[in-house]
Design a protein around this ligand. Structure first.
Ligand code: FES
Length: 327
């Protein structure tokens, strides 16, 4: 079978039975991948022509014109034309399972904790990606995004304690410094795209601040001069955390500004009163050519993506990870 790759217009052959990703790698086609098991979405590409068998990202059956597929799980059935992401977006950090030692566990707010882990093996990831952490039992696995960058001495995670949550409600009592837990990652396709000068709008609610902080720090500390704006939303002042991080970054980097949006503000509050979607509507009327990074509750991610695309953001440049609350 022949595959014409877009946008490079290179034609490659795929042997019978091999996945799209295997065909790409055998032919030196650069494409991002990570988990190799259909979980992370990193290897997503688009069918322009032909038929592709496998779990299509959107439909779960034979994918055809215009549909997205996961290259690691899909096989071409006919000669095809496949579009892969722009070359400047390639990341290849194979997912691995390693042990990580707990080096600190401290309080960021009433219900958010900062966990720091040290791994005995190199753990590469792109800012914005996440990992699965297994606390004491297999059914104690939860997904959390790295909040730092790979230059840090340890991996940092922000964990919301869910009342009555099977794992998180017990962490304050059961976490022991010096113990090891299992870490599996990195995963996720909502990572920092570095090779561009486009303005960036980063939007977070709750512990969605973790991957967004990683993206902002990753961009600023690697010298990106892009205009970087962050909108961080919460219900009340008491639900906020991480403002010291944001203030420090804003004072060090002139190309970074942030806005706090609160559903309820106190009198004379310096913060925007309203939802993050309302803050975007009011402060960012034009988002053509912007890159949008979102992390937080699924309803916010969906609503904010819609607001951004209505303001001109290209849907292919909206990168989102939705966090389903897991206790
Ligand atoms: Fe294909 Fe993760 S590498 S879905």
């Amino acid at each position: 079978m022949e595959i014409l790759i877009k946008p490079t217009n290179k034609t490659i052959s795929a042997s019978q039975g091999s996945t799209l990703l295997e065909a790409f790698l055998e032919n030196d086609i650069a494409i991002s991948y990570s988990c190799l098991s259909g979980r992370c979405g990193t290897c997503r590409c688009k069918v322009i022509e032909g038929s592709v068998n496998g779990p299509a990202a959107a439909e779960g059956r034979l994918a055809q014109h215009g549909q997205f597929v996961l290259a690691c799980q899909s096989r071409v059935e006919t000669d095809s034309i496949i579009e892969i992401p722009e070359p400047d977006e390639i990341v290849t950090h194979p997912t691995k399972t390693i042990k990580a030692e707990i080096v600190s566990f401290d309080i960021l707010s009433n219900d958010v904790r900062r966990l720091r882990l040290k791994t005995n093996k190199t753990f590469d990831y792109s800012p914005g990606q996440f990992a699965n952490l297994t606390f004491w039992r297999e059914d104690g696995t939860r997904s959390y995004s790295m909040a730092g960058t790979t230059d840090d001495d340890s991996l940092e995670f922000h964990i919301r304690l869910v009342p009555n949550g099977r794992v998180t409600s017990k962490l304050d009592e059961q976490i022991k410094i010096g113990e090891s837990i299992k870490l599996n990652g990195p995963l996720g396709a909502s990572y920092l795209r570095r090779k561009n000068t486009d303005p960036m709008l980063c939007i977070a609610t709750g512990t969605g601040l973790a991957p967004i902080l990683s993206i902002v720090r990753g961009a600023l500390e690697s010298g990106m001069q892009n205009n970087i704006q962050l909108v961080f939303g919460a219900r009340t002042e008491e639900d906020l955390y991480g403002l010291d991080y944001l203030e420090k970054l804003a004072s060090e980097y002139a190309n970074f500004q942030y806005l706090i949006a609160l559903d309820h503000t106190k009198p004379n509050s310096p913060h925007f009163r309203g939802l993050v979607t309302e803050a975007i509507t009011e402060r960012f009327p034009e988002l053509k050519n912007w890159r949008i990074y979102l992390a937080g509750a699924p309803a916010m991610v969906e609503a904010a993506s819609l607001v951004c695309s209505k303001r001109g953001a290209d849907i292919d440049r909206i990168y989102a990870d939705a966090f389903y609350p897991s206790g």
